[in-house]
Design a protein around this ligand. Structure first.
Ligand SMILES: *[C@@H]1O[C@H](CO)[C@@H](O)[C@H](O)[C@H]1NC(C)=O
Ligand SMILES: *[C@@H]1O[C@H](CO)[C@@H](O)[C@H](O)[C@H]1NC(C)=O
Ligand SMILES: *[C@@H]1O[C@H](CO)[C@@H](O)[C@H](O)[C@H]1NC(C)=O
Length: 210
């Protein structure tokens, strides 16, 4: 026969408890998952561009080697990295994609990835501002290249459990990367190597795969 005052109150209390519990769980998940994921650091430690030229038929010839350090700065969680691929983007175009083997990182440990992109990109047909940027950079003998990494990460807790899997995207910007052996008047190769020393990459945590 309808609700009296105390049933309404009980329902209220019950709902409130559920909401507080959900809030607590969300906070806990955030603490267990999101905080450790933010303690992954990626840096470009070295890069060398030995070939980067465009032929009349819109084919870009490239040869780029990049070393990226990956650090797990967590004290408790190990991290496994799988489904790893990397591609280069420049002047509004995606050049190529390579895949890398899976690896794991212990707590407070660092490893380095050695990436080599070499080949020819057909239909590298630059327009507008991209073409202008490319021409300017060609004159200067140094280029603006982005190296992106796509990884699936999983935290391994000290107690033995695993977290859910998360996809992350790492964007490393190689600005003013000099072309080695370039005959350009503007290029000054004496500083090469130091230019990219410990350049931090941006890490974007994409989605939770459950
Ligand atoms: C990257 O590391 C490898 C070995 O770990 C080294 O041979 C290479 O010179 C480094 N630099 C570049 C740009 O590849
Ligand atoms: C870091 O990783 C390397 C290679 O996987 C391993 O030899 C080394 O013991 C690890 N260091 C720590 C502190 O875990
Ligand atoms: C090249 O760089 C070095 C130092 O890295 C500097 O001393 C030299 O003047 C530069 N040369 C030119 C032509 O800019």
């Amino acid at each position: 026969m309808g609700c009296n005052r105390s049933t309404v109150c009980a329902v209220c209390c019950c709902l409130l408890t559920i909401m507080i519990s959900i809030g607590g769980i969300v906070c806990l998940v955030a603490f267990l998952l999101v905080v450790p994921l933010h303690k992954m650091k990626f840096h470009v430690i070295d890069a060398s561009l030995t070939e980067f030229y465009l032929t009349n038929d819109d084919i870009l010839h490239y040869n780029l080697a990049v070393n990226i350090s990956v650090r797990n700065n967590n004290k408790m969680e190990r991290i496994s990295y799988s489904d790893i691929s990397s591609n280069i983007m420049c002047y509004g175009q995606s050049l190529t994609s390579i895949s890398l083997s899976s690896f794991r990182l212990g707590t407070k440990n660092t490893t380095s990835l050695h990436l080599v992109f070499q080949g020819q990109s057909t239909s590298f047909n630059l327009q507008g501002s991209d073409l202008r940027d490319f021409s300017n950079d060609q004159r200067d003998g140094s280029y603006m290249i982005y190296v992106d990494l796509f990884l699936t990460t999983q935290l391994k807790y000290a107690g033995g459990g695993d977290s859910t899997k998360n996809d992350i995207v790492v964007e490393c910007e190689l600005s003013r990367l000099p072309l080695l052996g370039s005959s350009s008047l503007f290029s000054n190769q004496s500083g090469i190597g130091d230019l990219f020393h410990s350049k931090r990459c941006e890490v974007y945590i994409e989605n939770n795969e459950g």
